[in-house]
Design a protein around this ligand. Structure first.
Ligand code: PGA
Length: 249
């Protein structure tokens, strides 16, 4: 069985290097076995964390975003090339909190293409704002996938991880049910299969995010991993999540 991917999305936390250090020293003591843990801290902490985790074989670094150009006159942006230079291997793209700030599928697509060109592994977030009884949420996610993956070749697709994150479940204590995730997991595979082929659809990782806690993580048996926000900022809760994942068969 391949390892689950567990993404710690710290968002705009913590606010000091001291707190960052205490989170990392907590993480380094973890004894989980069946996951690869990817920490996505604020950009400013990346070099520091890289040094701290350099000996770990199961903790990796990711970023929370990356721009669609590698260098130039773009004040405030961070490029994929800069991240790769710091040995960052993953990047979250299209998180709902960035979409809420105005990121479109077209912009996310540009970011995704450049991330792949730089050999980063993008974690592409998709998910509907709300569920309706007529199934419009399915066409919403389908559109996000088609637009965000435009121009991505079959060979590059194997580096893309898809995070299904229903917006109503992020930061809300309203996680999806396992049946809701399973339905979406199959639906996303079908879309990938239609764009590429069934083999590609079955080889990519589809993970779940949105109010993942120690108590509910085991219910998402068919997820290839998890994107965890709040509970990844709590050393004890996050350890419980990872140990509970070890118990999933
Ligand atoms: P949450 O955040 O775990 O706090 O709901 C999830 C996310 O950022 O995607």
């Amino acid at each position: 069985m391949s390892k689950k991917l567990v993404i710690a999305n710290w968002k705009m936390n913590p606010t000091t290097l001291k707190e960052t250090n205490s989170l990392i020293s907590g993480f380094l003591k973890y004894k989980f076995k069946k996951s690869n843990l990817i920490i996505c801290p604020p950009f400013v902490f990346i070099p520091h964390i890289k040094n701290k985790i350099s000996k770990s074989k199961k903790i990796f670094l990711g970023a929370q975003d990356a721009f669609y150009e590698n260098k130039g006159s773009s004040t405030g942006e961070i490029s994929p090339k800069m991240l790769v230079d710091l040995k960052v291997e993953y990047v979250i793209l299209g998180h709902s909190e960035r979409r809420a700030l105005g990121e479109s599928n077209e912009l996310i697509n540009k970011k995704l293409l450049l991330a792949l060109k730089n050999k980063l592994n993008p974690i592409l977030c998709v998910g509907e704002n709300k569920r309706d009884t007529d199934g419009f949420y399915l066409s919403y996610v389908k559109k996000q996938l088609h637009k965000c993956l435009k121009g991505v070749s079959k060979s590059k697709m194997k580096n893309v991880i898809i995070a299904y994150e229903p917006v109503w479940a992020v930061g809300s204590d309203n996680e999806a049910t396992s049946a809701e995730f399973t339905e979406m997991n199959i639906f996303i595979k079908k879309i990938i299969s239609d764009i590429y082929d069934p083999k590609t659809a079955y080889s990519i990782k589809i993970i779940y995010g949105g109010s993942v806690h120690p108590k509910n993580v085991k219910s998402f048996e068919d997820a290839d991993g998890f994107l965890v926000g709040r509970d990844s900022l709590n050393v004890d809760k996050f350890e419980k999540i990872l140990l509970n994942i070890d118990e999933i068969n």
